[in-house]
Design a protein around this ligand. Structure first.
Ligand SMILES: [Zn+2]
Length: 295
């Protein structure tokens, strides 16, 4: 596929439905490479980043940030993604190297990898307290968990589909994407019935994207028979805003004593950004300077 990652937002059926669809192969592949993710971790994080970046565009203010995390008792332990409202997203898997047998249907067993636990959505809107919503994990397969979250925590009947297809030979991501379809409160019975019929017939996000189709095509299939109006098209990027200053501030929080121990070891310290795996090195004189500035 030659096009770059993007998403579209749309309304349909005279604004009884709002819809989001994305192609995210580049994002998922970038994350896979940056974090050296196993196929199952690449699928889990790719799905979560796709859902999160679409949810990010639902926010109202430019400074707003959304973080979605899944914590479970399975070997993957958890995945986390953070997005703004402009299509920038980053994320990481707690345990990136897990390898597992496929599930009964021959797919990557993301649900089994995550296990039982919770899905937490944190909206930071620049206020003192962020808005936090939490639900138990439904299947751990990500899309069903977000569907459950929207319905349970936000009282918005929704259908979420997410997919990441990993190539068996070289383990790269060959297709990824997803959709969120939401019913607005005044949706008519026949709209709901028709939408349910479409969703039942729907096959899989990655089958469609792999065949060279676009997010617009996804919506045309999902919302077949409705009048669709595409309202926005947004470029998507894996974006991390870490820099040496931020890492330095994190080091400062260690405190004078811990920093002294690092200095006494006499070796440079290397720290990695959780989100993008970029490495930051601090030599002894930098560590001394940080210690001087710390409390
Ligand atoms: Zn980073």
């Amino acid at each position: 596929m030659s096009y770059k990652d993007y998403m579209v937002r749309a309304t349909a059926a005279d604004a009884q439905i709002r819809a989001f669809a994305a192609t995210t192969r580049d994002l998922a592949e970038y994350a896979r490479k940056a974090h050296n993710l196993s196929p199952i971790a690449a699928a889990a994080l790719g799905r979560l980043m796709t859902g999160t970046v679409m949810m990010g565009t639902m926010m109202d203010n430019d400074q707003d940030l959304i973080t979605v995390k899944m914590d479970g008792d399975g070997p993957l332990k958890g995945v986390l993604a953070t997005a703004d409202r402009f299509g920038n997203v980053k994320g990481y898997a707690v345990n990136p190297y897990v390898i597992m047998e496929p599930n009964a249907s021959g797919h990557l067993n993301v649900g089994g990898g995550i296990g039982e636990g919770t899905l937490t959505v944190i909206r930071d809107m620049g206020l003192k307290e962020p808005y936090v919503g939490q639900v138990p994990l439904y299947t751990g397969e990500v899309a069903e968990d977000l569907t459950y979250y929207f319905t349970k925590s936000e009282q918005t009947p929704s259908s979420v589909g997410l997919g990441v297809l990993v190539e068996r030979e070289n383990l790269s991501v060959i297709a990824a994407g997803g959709f969120i379809i939401q019913l607005l409160p005044f949706a008519a019975e026949e709209t709901i019935a028709k939408l349910e019929e479409n969703l039942t017939k729907f096959t899989s996000v990655t089958d469609i994207l792999k065949a060279g189709k676009t997010p617009e095509d996804l919506l045309n299939i999902l919302l077949d028979g409705f009048n669709i109006e595409i309202t926005d098209k947004i470029d998507l990027n894996f974006y991390c805003n870490c820099d040496k200053d931020k890492v330095e501030r994190a080091l400062m929080l260690l405190g004078k004593k811990e920093l002294q121990e690092l200095i006494d070891e006499g070796k440079p310290v290397e720290l990695c950004c959780h989100f993008c795996n970029k490495k930051y090195n601090f030599n002894s004189s930098e560590l001394l300077e940080i210690q001087r500035k710390s409390k």
